[in-house]
Each structure stands twice: as C-alpha cells, then as structure tokens.
Design a protein around this ligand. Sequence first.
Ligand SMILES: [Zn+2]
Length: 241
Amino acid sequence: MKLDFTAERVLAVVAHPDDVELLCAGTLARARADGASVAMCTMCRGNRGLAAGESANERSFGVSEVRQAEFAAAAELLGAEVFAGGIGDGELEDAPDQRRVLISILRRFRPTLVLAHAPNDYHADHRAASQLADAASWFACSAGHVTGEPPLQRPPAVWLMDTVDMHGFTPGFYIDVTEYVPLKRDMLACHKSQLERAGDSDFAPLEELMFRQARVRGAQAGVDAAEAFRIHAAWKRVYAW
Ligand SMILES: [Zn+2]
C-alpha cells in the first residue's frame, strides 16, 4: 500500500527554522513528488539561535534574518512556499494574538493536511507550536475569527510529527522517505548558522541526529529511512484516505 498525496495541500507548522529537516522534510518531498502543493511555516524567528560564547548584543544585528534566509533556501530546494509567524524564540505560547497569526497563514495557504509538533516534544516552543496548530487549524474554519481572509471550509487533517530524538513518541504510522534522505541532508546544509554550533556542549550535531532518527524509524518500519507520525484523532479531525 502506498499513500498518495496527489492534489493535497500540505503545510508543516514548526517552531524554528531548522525543525522541518529533522521531522518531516522527506514527507513533504514525497507529497511534492506526488503533485501536492507544500508549504513550511516557522512560527519563531530564530533570533535566539546563537552559538556558544556569542552574546545577543554581538549578534542581534542579524541572527533572525540569517535564519529566515536559511529557511527560505531550504524551502526552495523542496519547492515549498514559506510562511513566518515572526514570533521571538522562547516566546511562543497558545495565546489569542499568536493564534490569529497562524489562522491568517492557514487561510492564505488553505491546507488539507497540517504537520504539527507532538504535544510532548522537548522544547517549550515545540509544545506551544503544537497547541497553536491544533487551535488555529480548528478556528480557521470559524467565521467568528476575523483575519481578512475567508474561513476554511473544513478543518485540515493534522498529523503529529515525531519528537526530536524520538523520546516519548509512539508512532501511529511511518512514511518511507528513503528516496529523499539526500534532499533532507541538502536542506539541512542550508542551516549553516546552526551546523556551526555542532561543537557546542548544549547543542546536538544536527546532521547526526537527523540521520539516526530517519534510520531508526526506517528500521522499525522495514525500510532504509522513515519519518513517523500519529494522527490527531478528535471529533471532525479524522479523515479516511
Ligand atoms: Zn525547534
């Protein structure tokens, strides 16, 4: 059996500019190859992604801009549209103003499927992005939430992505991304500012983390590389494929 993404519109809602590569880039690439329209939205600006020893004052001139450019370059390799929530790193929360930002993005792209962080992922911004994606993808259908764009006809399906390093996440299903591992690597290579942090004691080498996770999830599913997801199972949120 092979899932077919033809004519779907898939939007990945992530917390930070470099989260897509690790958790869902292969799935987006597969969707794109099937003919789906794909998009990536980073809710945070990446303004606090500093290397060890750098102070915010030294680098505040451009961290956010550098990381947004890296995000855009990675999206271009994938053929994905980009959206940005524009919220500061560490400041993401499920609050009405931030919901409104994402509701507007959802209404502009009009996804049929949203890929969202797992609600128990390691980082507070990831957990907040998960809550925001859940709430906003529901309220985006409600005419009572005014943003200037027409409401969605129906809520998109939501797939919860694997957690970083797979902690506390029981996969519901796996997407075979074996064919797209080189693309994941090339997209990750766009995030030069973060790869330079590989030696920081408080920062894992991203490439190794990405390959290991894809390999482990792949081994569990009997393929070379996979990305794992769970369906967000709730009333009016479940679809049959
Ligand atoms: Zn992140």
